[in-house]
Design a protein around this ligand. Structure first.
Ligand SMILES: Nc1ncnc2c1ncn2[C@@H]1O[C@H](COP(=O)(O)OP(=O)(O)OP(=O)(O)O)[C@@H](O)[C@H]1O
Ligand SMILES: [Mg+2]
Length: 356
């Protein structure tokens, strides 16, 4: 195992800058998740750690070793991709043993390592089958097995579950997490999936356009997003945003929405009187009240566990989630009361968080 240190890392493809100087400290034994919109540079960064892309600036270290100019096979890492191609003419056992055989490892060591990985991944009864005789989830486990047998210092995962159906994804998600708790191998995991990011990572790195927007534990990012982009990106359904004006006149600060509705500003909000702001509140932090944000119900979705309500306030879409059951007809006017202690405030221009 080893830490991975990424310092001021830059990447261009031709003249096009893709990564603009990225810094990430990945601790030994940790599980770090990279998220961000399509095209922001997640796979590129992962491939640079693996040695599959050249580094155009900055430095990557694995443990104490600077690896910028080290070929992939000397970096002691294993990568699991979205499109893990198993060799169709080889059994599960041979697929898992392949990289070790290639490295001329002796037969007894290969057998021990394959057996151990197969036990960890519950693949023992499947060792003599061919890939076509396996389910999607089993194939994905073989792909993981190929990485495990190499006993690398670092695992890199690039959306390894995105080809699986919803149910398998959930199952594999816990398996990978359990695997990490067991092996404690430093892992970097790229995903589009909110829930994977929140549940698997010790740390989440949110990227946008080749830059890091925020790094923190899942709950830090959820509770205290540094800017409106992170606030909108982390959490599903996403945070609601209401444009308004900060009012400092008189007693406590308030946010005046476009229709004149006034909401108390979150405690410790900086900013100045008259500043254009965006008030943020998560769907589960809204309750029904006599006062609050007047909203028209558009769609009601009872899931059994809770009730999801999509509504509209002055042209702004809002979503609310209630634990209780409700039965509003579309068009009903309701008032949504945000939980002040969990409200967020951003500058409308820069998107930066205003709450201290
Ligand atoms: N070999 C290449 N040559 C030129 N441009 C490339 C190359 N590989 C990637 N890019 C560009 O670099 C940017 C980052 O791509 P990358 O694959 O890292 O994004 P990503 O964050 O992994 O996206 P996704 O979530 O869609 O997988 C994109 O604009 C992409 O078009
Ligand atoms: Mg990608």
């Amino acid at each position: 195992m080893a830490s991975v240190t990424i310092q001021g890392v830059k990447k261009n493809f031709g003249d096009v800058p893709i990564l603009h100087g990225v810094d990430i400290d990945i601790q030994d034994g940790s599980f770090t998740v990279l998220v961000g919109p399509s095209g922001c540079g997640k796979s590129t960064l992962l491939r640079m750690i693996a040695g599959l892309e050249q580094i155009n600036g900055g430095e990557i270290r694995i443990g104490e070793r600077r690896v910028n100019d080290l070929p992939p096979k000397e970096r002691d890492i294993a990568m699991v991709f979205q499109n893990y191609a198993l060799y169709p003419h080889m059994t599960v056992r041979d697929n898992m043993a392949f990289s070790l055989a290639l490295a001329k490892t002796d037969k007894a060591t290969i057998d021990t390592k394959v057996q151990r990985a197969a036990e960890i991944l519950a693949l023992v009864p499947l060792l003599d089958r061919y890939p076509r005789q396996l389910s999607g989830g089993q194939r994905q486990r073989v792909a993981m097995g190929r990485a495990i047998v190499r006993d690398p210092q670092v695992f890199l995962f690039d959306e390894p579950l995105s080809n699986l159906d919803a149910k398998l994804r959930v199952a594999m998600r816990s398996e990978i997490k359990e695997l990490h708790q067991r092996l404690k191998t430093t892992s970097v995991y790229v995903t589009h999936d909110q829930i994977e990011a929140m549940t698997m990572g010790d740390k989440i790195v949110v990227m946008r356009d080749g830059r890091i927007e925020q790094t923190g534990s899942p709950l830090e990012l959820y509770d205290r997003p540094a800017n409106q982009f992170v606030a909108g990106f982390i959490g599903s359904p996403a945070m609601n945003f209401l444009p308004g004006t900060l009012r400092h006149a008189g007693g406590a600060a308030e946010v005046e929405l476009r229709d004149g509705t006034r909401l108390p500003a979150p405690v410790g909000s900086g900013g100045h009187d008259g500043q254009s702001v965006v008030y943020g509140t998560r769907p589960e932090h809204l309750t029904l009240g006599d006062t609050g944000i007047p909203s028209k119900v558009a769609v009601l979705e009872p899931t059994g566990m809770d009730t999801f309500v999509a509504c509209r306030h002055e042209g702004t879409e809002l979503s609310a989630v209630f634990r209780e059951r409700h039965d509003f007809a579309p068009g009903t006017l309701i008032h949504l009361q945000p939980d002040l202690a969990r409200a967020h405030l951003f500058d409308a221009g820069t998107g930066q968080r205003l709450v201290a």
